[in-house]
Design a protein around this ligand. Structure first.
Ligand SMILES: [Cu+2]
Length: 288
């Protein structure tokens, strides 16, 4: 019992930083499940070891063991305990799910204009005192991420987020299914062609993280990694301004920067030309 609680409390050092408001909720649920699982594991292994030694066959005992059949009390117990645990876990995890805003896909007030059901991952009952979310457009193409900030025409290849500001990603895919995943935020959402998917969260910890595609999307899937920088709002604004002053070709080169993901290896040249080709075509189609 003590050991399992200890396991739940100390597992944190094995995990990535908790860098969003949502991360705490998810880790709370994870720790709780880990406590229960450790308790069951230790209990079962304990009984097993105990029985193996205490009920060991006596030296000259060649007979069968006692013939036992049925034990109503035990059967009720080992049905009731898992039932209660599973029920409790379902309610707890549903609550976390709701808190994160993973409401029903049919939920009203969806902000999307595409065909198909909106897939939402945002607060169903958001904190009324929280500022409105910063809505960032995300486009996934094989094999890069392109971000558009409100009030700016510039498409950028890095995600800079202000600390403490709720954000919402409105995500589209230009080709195949990709997935938005920043382990430190503990959230993952597919990006699906033909519809907008959303993910909302509030970054709470300054730092440099990585957004990586979490859906195998083609030969250079592994190159779909970009930096996510959580910093003060004024730094985000300054960075955005500096990006706006760059020309398209410079930005395409930045958008297709596999060296940032892989380090400069021979394979990055191939990836870079792949990414550049896709991005130039994409930006041209958008008249940029
Ligand atoms: Cu991808």
């Amino acid at each position: 019992m003590i050991a399992s609680v200890w396991a739940g409390q100390t597992v944190g050092w094995l995990m990535p930083a908790e860098a969003s408001k949502e991360a705490g909720q998810i880790d709370g649920l994870f720790r709780f499940m880990l406590i229960i699982a450790t308790g069951i594991f230790l209990g079962v292994q304990g009984v097993l070891l105990y029985s193996a030694f205490v009920f060991k066959r006596a030296k000259d005992d060649m007979g069968d063991g006692p013939n036992m059949h049925g034990n109503l009390r035990l059967e009720i117990l080992w049905t009731a305990i898992p039932t209660a645990l599973v029920l409790y876990l379902s309610i707890y995890s549903f609550e976390v799910f709701q808190l994160l805003g993973a409401g029903s896909p049919m939920g009203g007030g969806a902000h999307h204009e595409d065909s198909g059901l909106p897939i939402r991952f945002q607060a169903t009952n958001p904190d009324p005192s929280a500022p409105p979310p910063l809505v960032i457009g995300v486009e996934a193409v094989q094999y890069a991420w392109i971000f558009s900030y409100p009030g700016s025409d510039t498409q950028v290849s890095e995600l800079h987020l202000p600390i403490g500001q709720p954000v919402r990603m409105d995500m589209k895919s230009n080709d195949v299914i990709h997935a938005f995943w920043v382990p430190e935020f503990r959230l993952k959402q597919d990006v699906i062609p033909g519809r907008t998917t959303q993910v909302s969260f509030t970054p709470t910890k300054a730092g440099k993280y990585q957004l990586r595609c979490a859906e195998l999307c083609g030969a250079y899937h592994g190159g779909m990694v970009v930096d996510v920088i959580v910093e003060d709002k004024k730094d985000v604004d300054a960075w955005l301004k500096s990006q706006a002053s760059l020309g398209t070709s410079t930005r395409v080169a930045q958008l297709a920067d596999p060296a940032a993901a892989y380090g400069a290896t021979s394979g990055t040249t191939v990836l870079q030309s792949e990414q550049t080709r896709a991005l130039v075509g994409h930006l041209r189609a958008q008249g940029q």
